[in-house]
Design a protein around this ligand. Structure first.
Ligand code: SF4
Length: 280
């Protein structure tokens, strides 16, 4: 699919229900499209909807090695409910070992660049490896989650991942709509939501938030002036972590600079266009 086709599809599908977007994607891409599940509420909605359209829908998740134990329990419940596999992709052990040996296991608390380095090693690189198996991927991104997501399209070309197609069927849904769907359809969801979490991420980097607080304020809560993004859905450029990452990867370079960039070096952030933003 090229830019023109993706643009036309984005316009055609923009006012359609998530099920219609999913049906279109499953029809068009078959087994070469997969849901990338963060195990957040949105992912569970998408799995339930897609499974009703095609019980053979493919689903994968990234296990960073720092996920809360409740993630594994939810994967088990989703597998039991829907009879789907849920492929698990993990970071390269050798790269993680080098990073931990050099910077410590909890390097993310030291500064933003080390946090982004950890996200690159544990999330972004495994995602890149996972997406080499697919021609399209489905995310649970919503426009009202964070400023960097406000312009996402339901269909777009993902230049950060080789020009495959990226879908966001829930782009125009609200948090309330997500939870209404989960409750009405009795869909399995992450148990940490019942303990005050509004967003689910790695254990050391996510905490519960008070009622009324921004849902993403529980992510990397100790940082200020940095995006609540990990780089999975938009390239992040700080001028800080890239050389460290290249060193860990033996100088092979790490990150495509095509597409969408969030700059953080001066504490500000922006994206360069109308697509590809984040979640997780
Ligand atoms: Fe590392 Fe935290 Fe990013 Fe997880 S969220 S990959 S633990 S920095």
């Amino acid at each position: 699919m090229d830019e023109l086709e993706a643009g036309e599809a984005a316009v055609d599908l923009d006012d359609k229900e998530p099920q219609e977007v999913l049906a279109w994607a499953l029809e068009k891409f078959g087994q070469s499209v997969a849901i990338c599940s963060s195990l957040q509420a949105e992912s569970c909605v998408l799995i339930d909807m897609a499974w009703q359209i095609d019980p053979a829908v493919r689903v994968f998740t990234i296990d960073t090695g720092r996920m809360p134990a409740e993630n594994h329990e939810l994967i088990g419940r989703l597998r039991a409910r829907y009879g789907i596999e849920i492929e698990v992709f993990r970071p390269e052990a050798a790269t993680v070992d080098k990073m931990v040996a050099k910077h410590g296991k909890d390097l993310f608390y030291k500064d933003v660049n080390l946090r982004l380095l950890c996200c690159q090693v544990r999330k972004v690189l495994p995602l890149r490896r996972a997406l080499m198996n697919y021609g399209a991927w489905i995310t649970g991104l919503r426009r009202d989650q964070w400023a960097t997501r406000s312009n996402i399209r339901k269909v777009e070309i993902d230049h950060d991942h080789g020009g495959i197609v990226k879908l966001a069927p829930l782009a125009d849904w609200t948090e309330d709509e997500v939870w209404d769907y989960l409750r009405v359809n009795n869909v399995p969801y992450h148990t940490l939501y019942d303990k005050g979490y509004k967003s689910i991420g790695c254990g050391p980097c996510t905490r519960a938030v008070a009622p009324g607080e921004d849902p993403r304020s529980g992510r990397w809560w100790w940082e200020s002036g940095a995006p609540k993004e990990c780089g999975m859905h938009c390239a992040i450029e700080t001028g800080g972590f890239e050389h460290e990452l290249a060193a860990l990867l033996n100088g092979h370079g790490a990150n495509s600079r095509n597409g969408h960039v969030v700059h953080t070096s001066n504490g500000s952030q922006h994206t360069n266009g109308n697509s590809n933003h984040a979640h997780k």
